[in-house]
Write a protein that binds this ligand. Sequence first.
Ligand code: SAM
Length: 226
Amino acid sequence: MQPQQLPLFSPEHVRQYNYPFPSTRYQGSKRKHVDWIWESVCELPFESVLDVFGGTGVVSHMFKNAGKQVTYNDYLTFNWNIGLALIENAQEILSEDEVEFILTPNDVIEYPTFIQKNFNDIYFTDEENAWLDFVVHNIDHHLQSNYKRALARFALFQACIIKRPYNLFHRANLYMRTAKVERSFGNKTTWDTHFEIHFRNFIQEANQAVFDNGQLNQALQCDALL
Ligand SMILES: C[S@@+](CC[C@H](N)C(=O)[O-])C[C@H]1O[C@@H](n2cnc3c(N)ncnc32)[C@H](O)[C@@H]1O
């Protein structure tokens, strides 16, 4: 029997790596279009890519898989952290011990209450806000590596997005989760799943997306219009 020939420019044929991009509910992501983007440009001779409006990083990650030298950029700090975690970062992942540390409140630390005080009854429940306050602090102050902090923040962002109605923060609509009504939309089970479960799942996906493509990739936080 003849070996199966891959079409000349299929993504599998040309891209050097096949590291999966984590699942995301981020609106505006080009996740569904990355194969089409690659097929549209893969015949061009080029070695580097500038992803000026990087967002989720899914386009940059695809080009990283293709072995290109990638510069990711996004003006927003939360997105820049995604670029640091998944594009610039070539090898650092979060160990099980580090994840346990992040998820365990420490009796000797006096945790801030910023989210509990300022976002009461807006996006998440009181219990969830308290969880966010201590986890954010553990990530920011007790992880030594910049890339590990960025990876943990990535998982936290995704956990926050997945627990929101419409996956957005455009309205103070916590009541949509908590009201006892018949629902014809949304995913109440996902909204009500504990942050910790979502966080652990996203850490696993994020760790699996980290790889070295032999290039010096960068994540920048610049205003593209200046
Ligand atoms: C539609 S999203 C990018 C989608 C991305 N290709 C993806 O698949 O996730 C546009 C991004 O541009 C960023 N952005 C908007 N204006 C910008 C500016 N002036 N400079 C840099 N980034 C900007 C936003 O923060 C947002 O993340």
